[in-house]
Design a protein around this ligand. Structure first.
Ligand code: KG4
Ligand code: ZN
Length: 350
């Protein structure tokens, strides 16, 4: 079963061919960073226009790289949410036309559930039947949550951010520091040899006790990052010459560390709470090497096994979309012929 995946939920235009839910035959990603960079963030109108322009070429390259012609494609899978409405519409419209033209099934995939599945892609990836229940820290530009994958296709949302996502906090912090978009990788580079404990930035939500609930989740498993960027703003106002005086590495390293220590603290609690023996990190922020090292240290200290997602499957890609659609997992995708996009689609929490 070979599936063509299409992903256009934000500012990456991507297409991939995946066989039987695991074998990635091609994975093409066109990043729109250059288009959005002058504005310091994603401009939805620009993103959707760019998807229209580049998607046909990206799909063509995915087919060519996989050595496939149209008759070899058994189904089309596409992200139908969550994401930018105007961007989702382009991918879904293209996928629908292809499915009608080729007379193949059209499967709609949840972008966040595909991120959760991304840890199972690539060489040396773990076997889901062996590592579940698996605790997953999902950290992207728009979402930050802790999900227990109890068994393939059965998710339990344990906690999530109550305001900004971790990637968003890095992007906004980078902008305050005068760094380029996207901010996560820019902060990682700027942090370089900087001291991560040079400046004491707040590390998220004040501790509550385990019995406090928010939106049906334990408060001490939830995140909050909006105060952090305000704290950076005040710090820069108080020390206007900090960057000119060579303070950027310490500032970037300390800010990044505040984000990561909040992620680690909730991950540790979630591991204690669930007793899961396996942990993974997925989404764009999972590309960060310091976060990977810190999670590695945490897992060793707690005697749990960590599974690192391959860098190419962390940031947005279509391989994870085609792979989840072909995984055979329960409720992995929906028949999209009669359905529409859903910009606010959530993970199906059991
Ligand atoms: O998963 P993703 O590509 O898109 C969304 O679904 O949002 O994640 C994008 C986010 C951005 O906030 C970006 O700054 C962050 O991932 N990111 C990183 C790194 N690479 C990308 N954050 C920290 N370190 C990185 N190396
Ligand atoms: Zn994403």
């Amino acid at each position: 079963m070979k599936i063509l995946g299409i992903e256009t939920s934000c500012d990456e235009t991507a297409a991939a061919i995946v066989r039987n839910g695991v074998e990635v035959l091609s994975n093409e990603v066109y990043s729109q960073v250059a288009q959005h960079e002058p504005y310091g963030g994603v401009v939805p109108e620009l993103a959707s226009r760019c998807h229209v322009e580049v998607l046909p070429g990206v799909v063509g390259r995915a087919l060519a790289a996989a050595g496939q012609a149209w008759p070899g494609v058994d189904a089309i899978a596409v992200t139908y949410g969550p994401g930018l409405a105007s961007s989702l519409l382009i991918g879904v419209a293209a996928a629908k036309s292809l499915a009608l033209r080729l007379n193949k099934p059209l499967r709609g995939v949840n972008h966040l559930e595909a991120h959760l599945y991304s840890v199972f892609l690539g060489e040396h990836a773990p076997d889901p039947h062996v590592v579940c229940p698996l605790l997953v820290l999902l950290v992207t530009g728009g979402h930050t949550c802790l999900v227990l994958v109890r068994e393939p296709g059965v998710y339990q949302l344990l906690g999530r951010t109550l305001d900004d996502a971790a990637g968003e906090a890095l992007d906004k912090g980078a902008s305050l520091l005068g760094l380029r978009y996207p901010g996560g990788p820019a902060i990682e580079v700027a942090a370089g040899e900087g001291n991560p404990v040079a400046i004491a930035f707040p590390r998220g939500l004040r501790q509550g006790n385990a019995s406090q609930q928010v939106h049906g989740m334990r408060r001490d498993l939830c995140f909050s990052f909006s105060g952090l960027k305000t704290s950076l703003l005040y710090h820069l106002k108080k020390h206007p010459d900090a960057i000119a005086n060579g303070g950027l590495p310490d500032l970037a390293a300390s800010y990044q560390e505040a984000v990561f220590q909040a992620l680690l603290d909730r991950t540790r609690r979630a591991l204690e709470h669930t007793g899961a023996a396996h942990v993974a990190c997925v989404g764009g922020v999972a590309r960060n090497q310091r976060l990977g090292r810190l999670l590695g240290e945490l897992s060793r200290a707690m005697g749990v096994q960590i599974h690192q997602t391959q860098p190419g499957y962390c940031t947005d890609n279509a391989a994870m979309i085609a792979a989840l659609a072909g995984s055979g997992w329960p409720h992995a995708s929906i028949d999209l012929m009669m359905e529409d996009i859903d910009p606010n689609l959530a993970i199906r929490s059991a």
